[in-house]
Design a protein around this ligand. Structure first.
Ligand code: COA
Ligand code: AMP
Length: 643
């Protein structure tokens, strides 16, 4: 039977407002929207204007009121501590009210910003929901980022409050978060008035009450039982800011609204992911990323699912069977993770022997996103799990899938390498650099016709102009995804590569430009280039090339180590910046542009062309030689030059 997708997509095309009006009926509104879409508001228009609602109400209160209070909202499963704990919707509501009461006592009001810097503990999610309850705007910062990155987010968001934890747990080490937070506040121009710190038993932090630092559990305990009603917010008010890598070191604050976000996520849960209220949905990611925001927290709660909060890794905690243990322990119906997690599992358990050990019969589908899913990984997952494996494509900016195969509406035929077709709300084109549509099957810039659907970013925080310049100006009438790809004859999209400096390392989005800015701070570095090179597990890893200043006579290995440490300390361990090569010159065009693309192709053994405008072709010989010495360019890409 043909998937219902085609009818639904066509229905949206014929009447976009009617489509979203009917989807919005699934949400409780304190005041119904006056318009479904208002093209005169915002940068490219706004959704559900005039409407009033509250995201926390829709995630919690209304389920409790409807009699679902006893159903589990979350299962926290920590492979790091070996503990599991469930929370019903009613229990989460009580916790959230208590946190909201504390925040209100600290002066947090609608519109105030709150930074959350925590590991994968339930309190992090309860804090997000408490912000939503008060109409405060949360900004979650991933724990693997360093103090400098946290400071940049404190400054840009002008947060009044930080909710943090004493530590995170990584395999083999306890990461002290509090010293990183202290350092970030020291560096930040805008200091928060208070910090609420969750003390974890693995490592306690020293709290300084004179600096507004409070023990999270202590104050929340005292606030238990207090009733804090949901503050009505406009559909167009911001729910959160999520900073993501842009083309410079300055992260972009993606702003998500309340109304459109709820409508889109709710629609996606049943129609794309195919889960019903009461079923267990597990997104193995981190709340520091958009995937965690949308599909650990808001999507599953809006749809009345039970969401798994997992603290651990796909391998090594304790082994490559952890995911299957979690699926079978909690009867997970749908699992969502990044392809890199599967590559790591397959590397450690190539025959899938650990898969066999667990009962996975309840699982209906696996969703993969965050980076390109290679067909070997897809095939392995299909064979071992015996469920549909769905590659779907989206970004921090869009907040929910741009292209997917729809489990809920019925599956379309799978083409490996393609996240299938655009979802309702998204009209995709592929354009050449001059903005002309390219023929089907030809590589070009993937763009989304404006307006973006509900749930997508409305702008960058306090930076409408930057949003226009980065995303809207280059292709008038379109949002530029900064992904290059192909649409085939059947309308399937193939996402091939980024058109900017972003790399995807272990499913984490990183800017090589930001890394270059840090490398350039080393006193011995004259200039540098950072590129993403292929890695069998992580997809891509950064690789830095440094040209040293004249007369530097120190040991090269010392300088390389220091540069790597600098990036680890300023961006964070998550950058996985470990490969540093010192060269005499960087390959450039005659106009001085560094030929990063050519370097990457050489490193990855891909065919490349000698750029006609190269300043000094011999420089590429040194690059090739040093790459080979470091285990790249193994097949001698110099021999593979394309005509
Ligand atoms: N707090 C502090 N440090 C963190 C951290 C956190 N929350 N998350 C990661 N780090 C550190 C790690 O400890 C590691 O440090 P190290 O250099 O000292 O070893 C570094 O950052 C890189 O971590 P990671 O990218 O997780 O690599 P890994 O080698 O530890 O694990 C994978 C590799 C593939 C198993 C892991 O990256 C993974 O599970 N990826 C899935 C990604 C994902 O869910 N992405 C979200 C989009 S869907
Ligand atoms: P992030 O904002 O961290 O979610 O990263 C978004 C980027 O990851 C996209 O712009 C793509 O480059 C890449 N990406 C995400 N999902 C996919 C996918 N299914 N296939 C190919 N690339 C993807």
């Amino acid at each position: 039977m043909q998937s219902r997708y085609f009818d639904v997509y066509e229905g949206w095309q014929k009447d976009p407002e009617g489509f979203w009006r009917s989807a919005s009926a699934a949400i409780d509104w304190f005041k119904e929207p006056e318009k479904i879409f208002d093209g005169d508001q915002g940068v490219y228009g706004r959704w559900f204007t005039g409407g009033e609602t509250n995201t926390c109400h829709n995630c919690l209160d209304r389920h409790v009121a409807a009699g679902r209070g006893g159903q589990r909202a979350f299962i926290h499963d920590s492979a790091m501590t070996g503990r599991q704990k469930s929370f019903t919707y009613a229990e989460v509501l009580e916790e959230v009210k208590a946190i909201a009461a504390v925040m209100r006592d600290l002066g947090i009001e609608k519109g105030d910003r709150v930074v959350i810097y925590m590991p994968m503990v339930p309190e992090a999610i309860f804090s997000m929901l408490a912000c939503a309850r008060l109409g405060a705007v949360h900004s979650v910062v991933f724990g693997g980022f360093a103090a400098q990155e946290l400071a940049a987010r404190l400054n840009d968001s002008e947060a009044k409050l930080v909710i943090g934890a004493s530590c995170g747990l990584e395999p083999g080490r306890t990461v002290a978060y509090k010293p990183l937070l202290d350092q970030a506040i020291e560096l930040a121009r805008v200091k928060p008035e208070h910090c609420l710190i969750l003390q974890r038993e693995q490592l306690q932090a020293e709290l300084r009450p004179e600096r507004g630092e409070l023990d999270f559990s202590e104050v929340v305990e005292k606030a238990r039982g207090r009733d804090v009603p949901c503050v009505p917010v406009k559909a167009t008010d911001p729910l959160y800011i999520l900073y993501t890598s842009g083309t410079t070191g300055q992260p972009k604050g993606v702003v998500r609204d309340n109304g459109g976000h709820m409508v889109a996520l709710h629609w996606s849960m049943e129609n794309i992911f195919g889960v019903k209220p009461g079923e267990v949905f597990w997104t193995a990611s981190d709340i520091g990323w958009v995937v965690g925001h949308s599909y650990i927290v808001y999507g599953p709660l809006l749809a009345g699912n039970t969401s798994v909060i997992f603290e651990g890794k796909p391998v090594g905690t304790p082994d490559a069977g952890t995911f299957w243990r979690v699926v079978s322990d909690h009867d997970v119906k749908v699992l969502f993770t990044a392809p890199t997690a599967f590559r790591a599992i397959r590397r450690d358990d190539p025959e899938g022997e650990l898969v066999e050990k667990y009962d996975l019969t309840g699982m209906r589908a696996l969703f993969l996103a965050g980076e390109r899913a290679d067909s070997e990984t897809l095939k392995w997952a299909e064979q071992k799990l015996k469920v549909p494996v769905i590659d779907h494509w989206w970004q921090t900016e869009t907040g929910w899938p741009v292209a997917a195969n729809t489990v809920g509406l019925g599956l379309m035929p799978v083409k490996h390498g393609s996240p299938t077709r655009p979802m309702p709300g998204y009209s995709l084109d592929v354009l050449d650099d001059a903005g002309h549509p390219v023929p089907r099957g030809t590589l070009g810039n993937i763009v989304i016709k404006l307006p973006l659907p509900p749930g997508c970013l409305v702008s960058f925080w306090n930076a409408d102009q930057r949003f226009r310049e980065a995303c809207l100006d280059e292709f008038p009438g379109y949002y530029k995804t900064a992904d290059a790809g192909v649409m085939d004859e059947d309308g399937y999209i193939f996402v091939m590569a980024r058109t900017d400096d972003i790399i995807n390392c272990a499913g984490h989005r990183l800017s090589t430009g930001a890394m270059e800015e840090v490398c350039a701070k080393h006193p011995d570095v004259a200039e540098c280039a950072v590129i993403g090179v292929h890695d069998a597990t992580k997809g891509q890893i950064p690789c830095g090339f440094m040209v040293l200043k004249n007369h530097v006579s120190r040991e090269i290995t010392d300088i390389a180590r220091e540069v790597a440490e600098l990036v680890r300390n300023e961006i964070g361990p998550v950058a996985a910046f470990k490969t540093v090569m010192v060269v005499h010159k960087l390959p450039k065009t005659r106009s001085g542009k560094i030929l990063r693309g050519t370097m990457q192709k050489i490193a990855d053994d891909m065919p490349w062309k000698m750029p006609a405008t190269i300043e000094d072709a011999a420089v590429l010989d040194e690059i090739t030689a040093i790459l080979k010495a470091n285990g790249y360019a193994r097949e001698g890409s110099g021999l593979k030059q394309s005509a």
